[in-house]
Design a protein around this ligand. Structure first.
Ligand code: HDE
Length: 672
């Protein structure tokens, strides 16, 4: 087997299987002499190393992935004949999350769109749902993709800045290309800086077409709903994390899976009638800059995705996985969305460069679990040893095998559709509305979320050097919402232009991610600050309580090692040198902890306070909060006497609310 071959046997060998006595010294003419050309081991070792890298993805280069399963509820069986959505089916999956703009080694927490690509290894062949964590896109026609990406990537002269849109060329482009406005609003919202891959929604973006067993069609938008709720970082936290832990999201996912806390998402469908004009309630379903509000078309849950196994090898799996929007199974079809149509070409094409030829489907991670019997032959990196002499049809020598499959045999037979039209390069008129849904998105959010959008625009445009770029984007914002435009303009010290934003938009409260009731806390991290004098038995009690709900407790102490008190022991996970508040969803000071007067402790607590995270302390630990300048009467600050059931419950509920947003006005830097 290709996957295991390189690591079989007891001894270190060459690639040819010859056992090696020494891999640390090259073969030389004398200890101080020149290296000999005949050293085949040296040449093989260096040659292979020289070629270890493949081109990174032109977009979505930075990513992390996990294996898992998709369990169908069977609730979609009436609308699609896709076998993996039938009742009782479990399908293996591989999911890769990514940022879009950054290079492979860039930071996870930058402001960007996140990729959410799912490969279902179904019994009918691979189905790839190559989505994002935002439901709309910057462009309506795939022919513009090189333009938007060239504008968003680092400037070509100096290759600056890395992994972000806060620079002139991006804003130059989107301020002139106003169909991007809705997506830009999403990118500037909290959705651009997710807390974790487990707290992101996912979207297929385009409208797809489902076909059922009788041939009836339904249009559909795919959604992934995170069981953990939708939560984000705050901007300062995202910036800090990019330096403190550039692997923030991939570490979070891998650690949680290792700890037995899988990532969970439910697949949801918005079902829309397949009408002649392919619109719904006036919304053009072929326009990828538009959503269908959930209030108009509910998201029906049809199955659950559980990611519970880390890849064994990053390169072999996460790097070499090749997604393709054209990997479809019977019962799921594409529509004429011109963005999607271009993608159908791009995803196959890009692998030829990235994976070095046409045989990448033979890589273990890309191999379908369904039987493969194609007539594709030869090419770079062919690993199969095909038998027979008839890779063509029709053939008589092999009785015309392999046979073609009818729909009844499970063949992919598209639903027949009339297509006609004069050749033209133009958009339908309905694609001309660039602002109304951006307005809907902005106004549907809570004040704190709107404040984050204002701050994000003010930050990003503040990084643009060309005055006309800032002014033109303000003109765009004036068409979205006057308050938004005025606040950003004030932050930039510019006059706010007057626009004509839509006044009558119907809001969609489902777009907000602020919760009123505590949600699940599985996968969250709670840091407990302690020292040798602390109530270590209390920490044990708290650990049990938070682990019961799937969260992790980490002990932070002035120095490393093990804290001991009486019969209690606590291993130190982080020290004041290695801990930074961004790693934790809540901080707790253990009872009887002595304030160290260490500025790093003050910074740790103050940062968590600024970022509206839950802060708790019991017993004398409360004094540590006070010494760090924390007002213990503030919302989300939870002093207690000891670790009892109530203390733990109140803490878990506060983490479940994600943030004490009531504190936001007090502590978050205002954009203006
Ligand atoms: Fe992609 N996109 N894309 N994209 N995309 C790629 O394929 C492309 C678009 C998305 O984890 C590339 O194998 C074009 C929308 C994800 O491996 C490339 C257009 C959405 C990933 C490509 C789009 C996406 C990619 C780069 C406009 C959300 C990462 C490497 C017509 C619905 C998949 C690769 C992974 C990757 C092209 C637009 C999502 C070059 C031409 C819209 C999640 O083929």
């Amino acid at each position: 087997m290709a996957g295991t071959r390189a690591q079989s046997g007891e001894f270190l060998t060459t690639a040819q299987g010859v056992r090696l006595p020494d891999t640390d010294h090259s073969l030389k003419a004398g200890a101080r002499g020149p290296t000999l050309m005949e050293d085949f081991h040296l040449r093989e070792k260096i040659t292979h190393f020289d070629h270890e890298r493949i081109p990174e993805r032109v977009v979505h280069a930075r990513g992390a992935a996990a294996h898992g399963t998709f369990q169908s509820y069977g609730t979609a069986a009436a609308v699609t004949r896709a076998g993996f959505l039938a009742a009782g089916r479990t399908t293996p999956v591989f999911v890769r999350f990514s940022t879009v703009l950054g290079s492979r080694g860039s930071a996870d927490t930058v402001r960007d769109v996140r990729g959410f690509a799912v490969k279902f290894y179904t019994a009918e062949g691979n189905f790839d749902l190559v989505g994002n964590n935002m439901p709309v896109f910057f462009i309506q026609d795939g022919i513009k993709f090189p333009d938007v990406i060239h504008a968003a990537k680092p400037h070509p002269d100096r290759e600056i800045p890395q992994a972000q849109t806060a620079h002139d060329t991006f804003w130059d482009f989107v301020s002139r290309h106003t169909e991007a406005t809705h997506h830009v609003l999403w990118a500037m919202s909290d959705r651009g800086i997710p807390r974790s891959y487990r707290t992101m929604e996912g979207f297929g973006v385009h409208t797809f077409r489902l076909v059922n067993a009788e041939g009836a069609t339904t249009l559909v938008k795919f959604h992934w709903k995170p069981v953990a709720g939708v939560h984000s970082l705050v901007w300062e936290e995202a910036q800090l994390a990019a330096g403190v832990d550039p692997d923030f999201h991939r570490r979070d996912m891998a650690d949680a899976i290792t700890a037995g806390v899988p990532l969970e998402f439910e697949l949801g469908l918005q079902l829309l009638p397949d009408t002649e004009d392919q619109t719904f309630e006036g919304i053009d379903l072929l326009d990828p800059t538009k959503i269908v509000p959930e209030e108009l078309a509910p998201v029906r849950l049809v199955g659950k995705l559980t990611l519970d196994r880390n890849p064994t090898n990053y390169f072999a799996e996460t790097e070499q996985v090749a997604f393709h929007t054209g990997n479809l199974v019977p019962g799921i079809e594409v529509t004429d969305d011109p963005l999607m149509q271009a993608r159908l070409f791009s995803y196959l094409d890009t692998q030829l460069t990235r994976l070095g030829g046409p045989n990448f489907t033979q890589l273990p991670i890309n191999c379908p679990h369904a039987a493969v019997n194609d007539n594709l032959r030869d090419g770079m990196h062919q690993t199969a040893i095909h038998t027979g002499i008839t890779p063509y049809r029709p053939n008589g020598i092999d009785e015309n095998r392999p046979a073609t499959a009818s729909a009844d045999d499970g063949g992919y037979v598209p639903a027949p559709r009339e297509v006609s039209g004069a050749k033209t390069r133009e958009n339908p008129v309905s694609f001309g509305d660039h602002f109304s849904q951006a307005t809907m998105f902005y106004r549907s959010l809570t004040p704190v979320e709107r404040g984050h959008i204002v701050a994000a625009f003010t930050f990003e445009l503040g990084k643009c050097l060309a005055p006309d770029v800032r002014e033109r984007e303000l003109a765009v914002l004036s068409e979205v919402d006057a308050e938004l435009c005025e606040q950003v303009a004030a932050g930039l010290g510019l006059a706010a232009p007057k626009g004509t934003p839509a006044e009558d938009v119907v809001l969609s409260p489902a777009l907000s991610q602020v919760v009123a009731e505590p949600g699940p806390v599985a996968g969250r991290k709670i840091g407990v600050i302690a020292d040798a004098g602390s109530d270590l038995a209390g920490i044990t009690k708290l650990r049990k309580a938070v682990e019961r709900v799937g969260a992790t407790l980490l002990v932070i102490a002035p120095v490393g090692g093990v804290l001991r008190k009486g019969r209690s022991r606590q291993t130190v996970d982080r020290t004041l040198l290695t801990a930074r508040s961004v790693e934790f969803d809540a901080l707790v000071v253990a009872g009887a902890t002595t304030p160290t007067g260490d500025i790093r402790l003050t910074v740790l607590l103050q940062e968590a306070f600024r970022h509206c995270k839950a802060l708790a302390a019991w017993g004398d630990g409360v004094k540590v909060l006070v010494a760090a300048g924390i007002d213990v009467d503030s919302p989300g600050v939870l002093p207690g006497d000891e670790v009892d059931k109530n203390f733990a419950e109140v803490l878990v509920a506060a983490v479940g609310l994600h943030r004490a947003w009531e504190r936001a006005d007090l502590v978050m830097a205002s954009p203006v």
